[in-house]
Ligand binder design. Sequence first.
Ligand SMILES: Nc1ncnc2c1ncn2[C@@H]1O[C@H](COP(=O)(O)OP(=O)(O)OP(=O)(O)O)[C@@H](O)[C@H]1O
Length: 301
Amino acid sequence: MTLHMFDRLSVADRPVAPLRVAASVPPLAVEVRHLSKRYGGGGRGGMIYDLLAGRRASAPEPGGFWALDDVSFTVPQGGVMGIIGRNGSGKTTLMRILSRITAPTKGEARVRGRVGALLEIGSGFHPELTGRENIDFSGAILGMTQAEAREAVDAIIDFAEITDFLNTPVKHYSIGMYMRLAFAVSAHIRNEVLLLDEILAVGDERFQDKCRHRIKQLCGEGRTVLIISHTSALLEETCDSLLVLDKGKVAFHGDPYAGIDFYHRDILRLAPGGRLGADGRPYRASIKVGRVRGWRRARQG
Ligand SMILES: Nc1ncnc2c1ncn2[C@@H]1O[C@H](COP(=O)(O)OP(=O)(O)OP(=O)(O)O)[C@@H](O)[C@H]1O
């Protein structure tokens, strides 16, 4: 009887298929698919109107204006995504849709969990109420238990560093003080997703550092943060992905350092190091003008 090679191997010796360990992929906290937003166009618009009219997002009716045009991206739970783009590129419109203030014209935006949005200075707080009363009010609106609220209030007061003004109505706060309190409230009550629009720009550098640190803590706790900012360094240091919007479209989505580089070079057309060209014009434009002048000289000579 011939003994087959395989029979002689003990179970322990038998070749085994490599063990496949499923990499744990965090679930998506934000999912945006083919999102478009049109303003104007005689008040008409929306998916049904466009379907009936046989129109596409890139062909708005006269007078209509696409603030967002076919935007798609995802953010995993616990991720920090920065959003940058020139003025009017659609950043705030995107945040307003994610926070359900504005409805999209087309596409969909899904956010999983409770959303905290800090989008406009002046929104959220009641101007006549004191800082302390506004903190209590925000906790009550979000349905926190008394114990949760007590713990959050102490952390908020400690973080905002406005103890001397806690009993002053917030309408008398400076913009910086207001935003300190607003950020502190948003960052200490139980939101799963936090949307921040340019708010870190108003704080002093020490407070900005504190905010950055807090954002990292939030992500460590599995909370997701989306930040609009024009400050490249803040986005590079704080975010793990970056979305560059240009004229309502996604121009880049990926690594923050590569994204900032792309934004400076291809959108703002700045020289390396983020400066304008020697003649004060954007980098590429100055190269182009120089080339045209050289070409003219060559033709004349
Ligand atoms: N309610 C509105 N009605 C009509 N147009 C609007 C409305 N809101 C925004 N827009 C227009 O949509 C475009 C995008 O605006 P949005 O505020 O989203 O830009 P942004 O990227 O946040 O700009 P910024 O950096 O200046 O804050 C702009 O041209 C703006 O004028």
